[in-house]
Design a protein around this ligand. Structure first.
Ligand code: NI
Length: 169
């Protein structure tokens, strides 16, 4: 297990449509455990494979219930939102988009079909905050960042800030 580098905006890997996972092998398991370790180290509550430079359709999400509990995460491979209802507004941030949080409009309830680490098909329904995290991570697999859901004014301000950081490096 190792902690991987988290790719940050505007790295092009974050903008690619990630490839479908077809081999459920040891290499995949290694990426998954590295992703979990990288997520908890950051710390974050969800991570998509493109964020560690792997352009494949894979996400891990934290499902630890109480702060003192042992960390528990869930892996979703090739996840797709099959059903959605309602809307909600909640604050989001992203390990690949440093120093920005903003309210984003998302579906209130979703059903996600996905494959588990063995390649078996599964389905999960989620609502509220957990549904937000899943929508955010699934967006990453399509090259979409939470930034893209903001007004062009807010997005423009952030882009300017990043340009300045990069110029100062
Ligand atoms: Ni993110």
């Amino acid at each position: 297990m190792s902690i991987r580098k988290i790719y940050k905006y505007p790295d092009p890997v974050l903008r690619k449509k990630a490839a479908t996972v077809t081999s459920f092998d040891e290499k995949l398991e290694e990426i998954i455990s590295d992703m979990a370790q990288t997520m908890y180290d950051a710390p974050g509550i969800g991570l998509a494979a493109p964020q560690i430079g792997q352009s494949i359709r894979l996400i891990v999400v934290d499902i630890t219930e109480e702060p003192d509990d042992e960390k528990k995460y869930m892996t979703m491979i090739n996840p797709e939102i099959s059903i959605h209802t309602g809307n909600q507004l909640d604050e989001e941030g992203c390990l690949s988009v440093p120093e920005l949080t903003a309210n984003v409009k998302r579906y209130k309830e979703i059903t996600v079909s996905y494959q588990d680490t063995k390649g078996d098909s599964r389905e999960l329904s989620a609502e509220n905050r957990f549904a937000v995290v899943l929508q955010h991570e699934i967006d990453h697999l399509n090259g979409v960042l939470f930034l893209d859901h903001l007004s062009s004014l807010k997005r423009g301000l952030y882009k300017k800030k990043v340009k300045k950081w990069l110029a100062e490096k």
